[in-house]
Structures are given as C-alpha cells and as structure tokens.
Design a protein around this ligand. Sequence first.
Ligand code: DP6
Length: 349
Amino acid sequence: WVRMVTAQTPTNIAVIKYWGKRDETLILPVNDSISVTLDPAHLCTTTTVAVSPSFDQDRMWLNGKEISLAGGRFQSCLKEIRSRACDVEDEEKGIKIAKKDWENLHLHIASYNNFPTAAGLASSAAGFACLVFALAKLMNAKEDQSQLSAIARQGSGSACRSLYGGFVKWIMGKDEDGRDSLAVQLADEKHWDDLVIIIAVVSSRQKETSSTSGMRETVETSLLLKHRAKEVVPKRIVQMEEAIKNRDFASFAQLTCSDSNQFHAVCLDTSPPIFYMNDTSHRIISAVEKWNRSEGVPQVAYTFDAGPNAVMIARDRKAASLLLRRLLFHFPPNADTDLNSYIIGDKSI
Ligand code: DP6
C-alpha cells in the first residue's frame, strides 16, 4: 500500500522584514516581522508526501529533480513532525499505521514551485510550510496552525508565516528553545481585499548570496542592524498592525517602502556589502515614488526581498491597472531592462 497527501501553500511577502537570527539552528529571529500571504494561483508550492512499507529510504524531488535530504533543516522538521505522529487508519485502502511504526517508515516527497526557485521570491517559505503541513496530515499529527508554524520555522524562518492567509505576524519570542517563536494571523484574507499585488520578475536567476548566509554576515558585521532590530522594528510593528486594522493605505505604504529600504540599507551596511537590488529595481523604486507623489496620496507600495524582483501592492484595482500600464510602458519585459515578466495576483488565499 501507499498513503499519499497533497498540499498547496502560497508564498508570503514580508512588509516588515525578518533579517538576522539570534539562534541559527532553531532559526530564531532578532525582530518580529509581518507579511502578506499571496494568492496560491500565482505563487505557490504543491507538495505530495507518500509513505509505503516498500520505500527503503527517504527521498525528495524538487521540480522533478532529486535533491539531497541530508540538510539539518529538513531533518529538524521531519523529526518534529515524526515525534507528534499518531495512529492512522484508512479502512477503504486497508492501511493501518500505529504511532510507533512511523519511526521505521520512509517517505517519498515531490514538490513543485510554480515560480522561480531561489530568485528572491520566497520559495523556501512556501516550500517548508507546505512540507510541514503535508507531513502533519500524512502522519495525523494533531497540532494547530501556530504549532505547525513553529516547526516550519525550523525549515526556513519566513516559512512560518505561510501557514496562514491574509496578514500574518511572526512573533520573535523570548524562550531559548524557540517554542514561543511562531506565527499568528493578524487579519484574514477577506479583511482588506481591495489590495492587488503585482510582481515584476526582474531576474529569475538564482541569487548570489542566500538569505541564510547574507543574514549571518549582517548579524556579524552591521551596527545598523542592531539599531533596526531594537529601536526601529518594534515601533513599526505596532504602526503596521494599526494600519492593517484600519485599512490605512497611506501608512501601510509608507511603512512597507521604508522597511524594505532599511532592510537593503542593512545589507549595504554588511561587510562585505550585499547587493540584492539592481539598476532596474532602483528605477522601479524611483518611478513608484514619483507616481505616488504626483497623485498626492500613495497608490502603490513596493518591497524587495533578497533579490532584484519588485513586489508592488496597489491600493485597489484601479490603481493596479494604472500601475501595470505605466510599468509596461516604462519597463517593458525583455527590452533594455533585464525584466522578464509580471505576475499579477490577489493578496490572499
Ligand atoms: C528578505 O526565511 O529565506 O525574505 O530563515 O535562513 O531560511 P532562512 O531565511 P529566509 O529569509 C527571508 C528574508 C526576507 C525577509 C522576510 O521574508 O521577512
């Protein structure tokens, strides 16, 4: 017999960024962060996990290619879920797995991203969130979403925020064992459904400095990060929660853009400096700033993760269609920009 579970998880984009760990193994951050979960139709991971007595080892395929499972992060997530596995009985298929059997059973995992892997589009976020969710279902682990988020966090920090739709906060927590470092939903997907997300895929190439090594170097060398984590982010988190609650787009946009810019400033303050944005990214920032100023009130927020791709959040459909028209005019895909496509989606699942 084979028991299979398939799950689909959207990626999330941080509007108040996570950058820097206080514990590398448990993946505990130096500050809280807040994100928006995207529409799964556009950027998501689909993962199928299967268990069978005929499997003789754990194996995984990412986008059809077999990958190694030796990494500590995958093993941590698997260990956590295995320790919570329960009895499974599927009479129809004649499957009966006792709690104690899970230790000796092997898994086959197939995962697909419908977007470029490791190009700064938070693929690890959707990937680990989906893996943990699918494994929990397969093994009948009866954890709630927040507890699962603390497990997904050990795969990749940003993954803990993809277990919920809408607006999500990753609470950094205080405990040394990380049990209080988990995600909570601030508002569900229906709360602010005017927002429209447009992603400019400036480059789908693999980024040069991974988030993991980049943030390690930042923690070791940047003084600005200490100031950011202690003085700036705590205030912004309060303001951002308020802006989301009141659907206050002007504050939301101001906080989102400032926080993205400070994150990239912190990367520049790292020794040696890390450059995630490129010339096209900078030109998009200038254009959006100019459009917002000419409109009087902000129409669009922008944010960039560890890569050159621009994530823009328009206040409503009208602003989004105007933005897209302007983008296509000033930044046509495959012209002198190295921009290759736009992805348009709702914010939520
Ligand atoms: C810039 O979650 O990819 O996207 O925890 O080392 O796996 P690890 O890093 P990762 O970092 C994401 C950083 C970011 C900001 C964010 O998503 O908050």
